[in-house]
Write a protein that binds this ligand. Structure first.
Ligand SMILES: NC(=O)c1ccc[n+]([C@@H]2O[C@H](COP(=O)([O-])OP(=O)(O)OC[C@H]3O[C@@H](n4cnc5c(N)ncnc54)[C@H](OP(=O)(O)O)[C@@H]3O)[C@@H](O)[C@H]2O)c1
Length: 301
């Protein structure tokens, strides 16, 4: 089968489309014929070698974690899906014609393979960070970096919980945030005053998705570092706030929650751009701009 791999760390140009053996589903796993794969920031950081100390790779290595497609092999002990089912989920080396998934959910009929391919990491991350920040019904929650993959999911999960959501993104994403159910505002000078105007009674929790260096401001707004959780600003602990990481976590609960909301028409993750497998490097470069609405997706013919 065709798969995207790299044999050395480096820029987008190190990604190659090569022929490799098709993988098989182990116990508790499924294999899919991939229709599309979601692009996450972690993937270009790993490719670049930025995480080689914490997540050393054996090269050559495959790329990707999120995908949607058709089940074509079911491992021992798996009883909830059969060959031929359409699913989305999370696994390994998903920029390929076939990939093994370790967590999955049925793809809602109303959601395209391209859109569902981007769901897994945003859903798991968003649900985790809202749980860690203690967000519940009636809370006012601030989402910094609300229009990307994780931020869009965090806004929609928080709205589903009955929270009042303030979303921070650039000027071109203000209407988009409002369409998700958030009160939108822009980042940049005056942010604290703009948020105070939107939430005169105060902010109960803040989740930092963008990692834009505003942990002190988020603590000022919530009045308590315990109510601030970041997924991408590793200076947060210096201020008493937390960083949430998801390595090795099972995504099944989040995937099912997302599928439930998407089936009801209450969860969407726009496909910002699609790239064919052969242009996986360009897809990662598009993600790395940090200004993508929803998700960049790699499609498999
Ligand atoms: N720790 C974890 O478990 C975990 C899991 C997943 C992802 N991550 C990391 O979390 C980060 C976000 O992931 P993502 O996939 O959601 O990213 P993304 O899709 O690239 O979204 C980035 C978002 O940040 C906004 N943004 C850009 N500059 C900003 C600024 N100065 N202030 C506030 N918002 C700003 C963008 O809005 P505009 O386009 O309007 O500027 C966009 O909404 C990445 O670094 C990723 O690697 C961590």
């Amino acid at each position: 089968m065709k798969a995207v791999r790299f044999t050395r760390y480096g820029g987008p140009e190190v990604l190659e489309l090569v022929d490799i053996d098709t993988p098989h589903a182990g116990p508790g796993q499924i294999r899919i014929a991939v229709r599309a794969a979601g692009v996450n920031g972690l993937e270009w950081k790993v490719r670049q070698g930025l995480l080689r100390e914490v997540r050393p790779l054996r090269l050559p290595a495959g790329v990707g974690g999120d995908a949607a497609g058709i089940v074509d092999e079911v491992g021992d002990g798996v009883t909830d899906v059969r060959a031929g089912d359409a699913v989305f989920g999370s696994g390994a080396e998903t920029y390929a014609e076939h990939a093994v998934l370790t967590s999955w959910a049925p793809k809602p009929d109303r959601v395209s393979f391209e859109e569902a391919a981007g769901f897994a990491t945003p859903l798991e991350t968003a649900l985790r960070v809202l749980d860690e920040a203690g967000v519940r019904s009636g809370h006012t929650v601030l989402v910094n970096g609300a229009s990307g993959g994780v931020g869009s999911a965090a806004v929609q999960f928080a709205v589903d919980r009955g929270a009042i959501v303030i979303g921070v993104a650039g000027p071109s994403n203000q209407d988009y945030l409002a369409s998700l159910g958030a009160a939108p505002t822009t980042y940049g000078p005056g942010l604290v005053a703009r948020i105070r105007a939107l939430a005169p009674a105060g902010v109960d929790a803040a989740v930092d998705i963008a990692g834009s260096g505003i942990i002190p401001e988020l603590i000022e707004l919530t009045g308590d570092p315990d109510r601030v959780v970041s997924i991408s600003d590793f200076s947060a602990p210096e201020h008493g706030a937390r960083v949430s990481t998801g390595f090795g976590r099972d995504k099944t609960r989040a995937l099912r929650e997302g599928a439930r909301l998407a089936t009801a028409g209450r969860f969407t993750l726009p496909v910002a751009r699609t790239f064919p497998l052969a242009q996986a490097g360009a897809a990662q470069a598009a993600n790395a701009t940090g200004h993508v609405r929803g998700r960049v997706i790699v499609t498999v013919p």
